[in-house]
Design a protein around this ligand. Sequence first.
Ligand code: AMP
Ligand code: FE
Ligand code: FE
Ligand code: ZN
Length: 281
Amino acid sequence: MRIDLHSHSAISDGTDTPAELVEVAARSGLDVVALSDHDTFDGLDEAVAAGETLGVRVVRGMELSCVRSGSSVHLLAYGADPESPGLAAELARVREGRQGRLAGVLAKLAALGAPVTEAAVMERVGDSPSVGRPHIADALIEAGHVQDRTEAFDRFLSDGGPAHVERYAIPVERGINLVHSAGGVAVIAHPWGRGRERVLPPEVLEALVQEHALDGVEVDHQDHDRDARRRLRKLVQRLDLLGTGSSDYHGTGKTDHDLGCNTTDPDVFAEIDRRMAARVG
Ligand code: AMP
Ligand code: FE
Ligand code: FE
Ligand code: ZN
């Protein structure tokens, strides 16, 4: 069994349609794939239908924008009910924050000599309800200001970068509670990637487990080096967490994140599956 529990379609900042993503999953020899677009459930019905046709089990995921101590934390939700009122209201607020920050980012970019229009960004956003910095990056590429998304983030868009503008995100403790109230399983994405270990040190993860019943953390992720993975694996054992492995695939939007480049142990997935069923029950 090959299981990949973290991927993005063009419904957020990936480049494949949900159905295309499931086709790639089938070609990559995956048995199970979770679609986990940022702050929206909109691609899931299409992905599940494609999975039924192609013989791939599609898990209903979503990656929730959270925050701790002023830094962003991503929380994967599996099997959460999109209709759950508390979660739906917070998601709407997060998505409004994504849209609302756009004018500020574009003003900063113009002042930095890299102007792009809101129309150009919205063309990249397409049908996505979740406007992301990668869409702004794509508009910067189209305008000839940068070569690729990586350069756009390095020069302008990364957290604290010269064109960065804060947006609303959910305190991670509350995010976990909302996912649980919606019947979902809560797994922190790439907890120690890109300098996040400072934001989520072991004692904080321990508190999230003890006080909020956090279900798991991503261990095998491209943003984690070998040492981070080894130490996270130990922590997972000590805290009796579910440790997952996933690609964080974004289509052509992110290199070195091919579907199935990291996978989740079937026993770990069986427990996630059990908890999803028990909570929706
Ligand atoms: P946002 O959702 O607007 O906060 O933007 C964050 C998203 O940008 C992440 O989900 C990643 O997919 C993407 N991202 C972050 N850093 C980079 C980077 N250096 N290169 C390409 N994509 C990135
Ligand atoms: Fe993303
Ligand atoms: Fe993420
Ligand atoms: Zn992701």
